[in-house]
Design a protein around this ligand. Structure first.
Ligand SMILES: Cc1ncc(COP(=O)(O)O)c(C=O)c1O
Length: 413
């Protein structure tokens, strides 16, 4: 066996000092790339050629543990729950794209939410949008029951209502914008100003728009959360989640919690998501171009009574959208004339739109929020959030727009 410190041999295994020398030679760190455009950063930020082989692509470090230099002398990595080189490349990349200082990549979006919520204690009160992802509401309800958190679900479009809801024990605001499935927009600047004025932590779920379109940290958000399963991964093949924080002072606590709870992202899924992110900008441009065409078609269709899509000028918050985001994403919902039976015909009748949960991948998906993604909400909460029997949500993939329009036109009748 070649000794690790045998740098005179022909082996590709380098001594630790040589590795760090090589890393310094080609400093491709997030900081080094921060003055580049989004697309350049998505390909380069946080990614260094592999110090052993000089491979351009970050290897999948499918190893649970790493060899110590000596007794009590770990190298940069010790054990993959605490840190893994493939996961770290993804974390550095995503921190740069969100304009944050640090990222922790977790097993799923839900794992990211749970890890972040762990910073709160029994009796703490959290304000949450009333139309956020149903799984977020399910998790928060669970934490109310089992961890003693108090949660108020209110429309975050109403700033006066937020201020009125703040109690002495209120600690944080959970924002999702656009909300899902109705695509209401939360005014990030205004809501985060309220949070700061009351010393509340602001946490923004940026899954739907991604940092390509919206960077909540620029608006003052303390944390950004992702289901990386969606657009970041982009190919319906990798589950993942992430938390990005804005300040150095948050890093230690976040790294500690991620390691202590242990719901971290595996090396292979980290690699898949990292690969997905390299084409995020290209995919987002095409998702939203095609989605806008489809939204306009649906708006004019006699079987549809209303379309919820942030890119349509008819969206009641279109001005705010223009101010706050660069683009609209590739998802929309629409209300059908004809109730649940029509919704069933449409959801079960499409050929290219698969009847599935999730969104943000290359394959187009269709689903019925009331009985699928948001079924964990009570009927009252669904009604308050506007999730009806005849509401259908689609995620526009990367198929030819013409083919998607033909598919929808056929099934709408
Ligand atoms: C907006 C949003 N946040 C978080 C999640 C949870 O992510 P995951 O399914 O990766 O756990 C989802 C899942 O659909 C989501 O849509």
């Amino acid at each position: 066996m070649t000794p690790l410190n045998d740098s005179s041999s022909d082996t590709l295994i380098l001594a630790p000092e040589e590795i760090s020398e090589r890393e310094n030679e080609s400093d491709c760190s997030a900081a080094a790339k921060s003055n580049y455009g989004f697309q350049t950063q998505s390909i380069h930020a946080g990614i260094t050629p592999d110090p052993y082989s000089r491979a351009i692509v970050t290897p999948i470090h499918q190893s649970t543990t790493f060899v110590f230099k000596g007794m009590g002398e770990p190298g940069e990595f010790e054990y993959s729950r605490c840190g893994n080189p493939t996961r770290q490349a993804l974390e550095d990349n995503l921190a740069a794209l969100e304009g944050g200082v640090y990222c922790s990549a977790l097993a799923t979006g839900q794992a990211a939410e749970l890890t972040l919520m762990n910073r709160f204690e029994k009796g703490d009160h959290i304000i949450c949008g009333n139309d956020v992802y149903g799984g977020t509401i399910r998790l928060f309800n669970h934490l109310q029951k089992h961890a003693g958190l108090q949660v108020s679900y209110i429309p975050l479009t109403n700033i006066d209502r937020i201020a009125a809801e703040i109690r002495p024990n209120t600690k944080a605001i959970w924002i999702e914008t656009p909300s899902n499935p109705l695509f209401n927009i939360v005014d990030l600047e205004a809501v985060i100003a309220v949070a700061r004025a009351h010393d509340l932590v602001s946490m923004v779920d940026n899954t739907v728009l991604t940092p390509f379109n919206q960077q909540p940290i620029k608006f003052g958000a303390d944390y950004v959360v992702h289901s990386a399963t969606k657009y970041l991964s982009g190919h319906n093949d990798g589950l993942g989640g992430a938390i990005v924080c804005r300040e150095e002072s948050q890093i230690e606590d976040l790294a500690f919690t991620a390691n202590a709870l242990g719901a971290v992202l595996g090396a292979f899924d980290s690699w898949l998501i990292l690969r997905g992110i390299k084409t995020l900008a290209l995919r987002m441009r095409e998702h939203q171009r095609s989605a806008l065409e489809i939204a306009k078609f649906l708006e004019d269709h006699p079987a549809v009574s209303r379309v919820y899509f942030p890119g349509l000028p008819s969206h009641p918050q279109f001005d705010l959208i223009q101010k706050q985001t660069k683009g609209y994403g590739g998802m929309m919902s629409f209300e059908l004339k004809g109730g649940i039976e029509k919704a069933r015909t449409v959801c079960e009748g499409t050929e290219l739109f698969f009847l599935s949960e999730s969104f943000g991948g290359v394959e187009s998906l269709i689903q019925h929020p009331k009985s699928m993604s948001h079924s964990s909400m009570t009927p009252e909460a669904q009604a308050e959030a506007g999730i009806t029997n005849s509401l259908v949500r689609i995620s526009v993939g990367l198929e030819d727009t013409e083919d998607l329009l033909t598919d929808l036109d056929r099934v709408l009748g």
